[in-house]
Ligand binder design. Structure first.
Ligand code: TRP
Length: 438
């Protein structure tokens, strides 16, 4: 039984890291911005075609090398420049964490506002204004961002990092519960038909090359592919853990959460007259409008924004952890120095991106950084990892990792071919067409 329990906790930690703002904030925002149902179909196709083989591949690399992304490349191919791909992964994690911290700050602010009942009596228009005024003001969002980053860093240097797992264990079922309750509420809203049609009925005329690229980036972002974090998690996995089952567990949970958030957000947006393509405020404005209008909305609102914050926090912790581990191992810095250095630099960059939503609007930095990291860097690293697994890593290593209880996995060759041909070709063409036509 012990083995079973370990497997459970390993993938639970992973689910806690994977489910975050990517599912709860970025997914509905991207679906809304890119025209709805067609985006959803393209997104799910990428999750299946690219997400499954790449996540398996990262786990294989991690567990067979017992190492992080940089270490794994150095171990299997010493003296070659492959480890630079790992460096790009760490750089991308840092850049992503910079704006992740900003949005994490928004979640904290909305938790605060909802608990002080600040939304009471406001309509969706006014709530949208509150959100836009908040994110474009120079000081307020930075205050919350710094607070969010400080909490993240404090968890890393204190001894409570291990107890974050306990928080995840409580948080995940609560998140599911509140999502289910909100789904029930959404299902009886007057505009359920139009909201669901927008989310589920594909209109392929609405999707552009940029939209397809955004769907691919979102799939990588939400599944945490292409930053090496899965490689690190893989290195902690027990030798008897079934990699395919863990992969399907993480991907299934992550995709289900994103999907259910869509089932809530779009009917709500249509009911309260919120434009689905209105941008990064979509979840915040839509849900606070709903909480204002339903019985028990106060409690649900406080709970939802608290869970949003906690989901963002557990994710930010793993992002910062991977940057810090790299700094301590590769630059030989002490742990506290690494946490401090990484936190300060990332927070400063984040503050600049926050200002680009207000007084430095002309720079567009927030959107540019989001685009470059998620839609360009993640696919590039994912492609490198795919090519590495397909062409460089020996099939024998893959076979060993995929075997369970000494029983050979029948489809290892198919997996290798997916990583050799299918993934690189899809990623390469989507990226190229997206970059050219954007
Ligand atoms: N998947 C996370 C989310 O949905 C974001 C993320 C991307 C991440 N890469 C990561 C989290 C690496 C932890 C580690 O919010």
């Amino acid at each position: 039984m012990k083995g079973k329990k370990d497997v459970y906790t390993a993938s639970l930690g992973l689910v806690g890291a994977a489910i975050g703002l990517g599912n709860l904030w970025r997914f509905p925002y991207m679906v809304g911005k890119n025209g709805g149902g067609a985006f959803l179909i393209v997104y799910i196709s990428f999750v299946v075609l690219l997400g499954v083989p790449l996540m398996l591949g990262e786990f294989i690399l991690g567990r067979s090398s017992h190492n992080s992304i940089v270490g794994a490349f150095k171990r299997f191919t010493p003296g070659t420049p492959w480890y630079l791909a790992g460096g790009l992964g760490i750089l991308t994690s840092s850049l992503i964490l910079s704006f992740y911290g900003v949005v994490g700050g928004w979640s904290l602010k909305f938790f605060y506002l909802s608990s002080t009942n600040a939304f009471l009596g406001k309509n969706s228009q006014e709530l949208g204004d509150i959100f836009n005024k908040f994110i474009s003001s120079p000081v307020d969002p930075i205050f919350w961002q710094v607070l969010f980053m400080l909490i993240t860093a404090l968890v890393l240097i204190s001894k409570i990092e291990g107890s974050m797992e306990k928080i995840t264990k409580i948080m995940m079922p609560m998140l599911f519960l509140i999502i289910m309750v909100l789904c029930m509420k959404a299902l009886v809203l007057p505009e359920i038909g139009n909201g669901m049609a927008f989310f589920l009925k594909p209109d392929f005329s609405k999707i552009t090359a940029g939209g397809i690229q955004a769907a691919m980036g979102q799939a990588f972002f939400s599944l945490s592919i292409g930053m090496g974090v899965l490689i690190t998690y893989g290195s902690f996995m027990k030798s008897d853990e079934n990699l395919l089952i863990s992969t399907l567990h993480v991907i299934g949970t992550d995709t289900l959460v994103a999907f259910l958030i869509g089932v809530i957000v779009f009917p709500v947006a249509f009911t309260y007259g919120i434009e689905p393509g209105s941008g990064p405020g979509l979840v915040f404005t839509a849900l606070s409008s709903l909480f204002n209008d339903i019985p028990g909305g106060y409690g649900l609102g406080v709970m939802f924004f608290l869970l949003l914050f906690l989901a963002a926090l557990t994710t930010a912790i793993s992002l910062l952890e991977s940057v810090v581990t790299c700094l301590t191992n590769q630059c030989k810095l002490s742990r506290n120095t690494s946490v401090f250095t990484a936190m300060v630099l990332i927070t400063i960059l984040g503050a600049v991106t926050s200002l680009s939503l207000g007084i430095w609007r002309d720079t567009n930095l927030f959107y540019i950084l989001d685009y470059v990291t998620v839609d360009v860097f993640l696919p590039i690293i994912a492609m490198l990892i795919s090519l590495y697994l397909g062409y460089v890593l020996e099939l024998k290593v893959m076979e060993e990792e995929m075997a369970n209880d000494g029983v050979k996995f029948k489809y290892t060759k198919i997996l290798q071919n997916m990583l050799k041909f299918v993934c690189p070709v899809i990623i390469g063409s989507v990226l190229l067409i997206g970059l050219i036509l954007n």
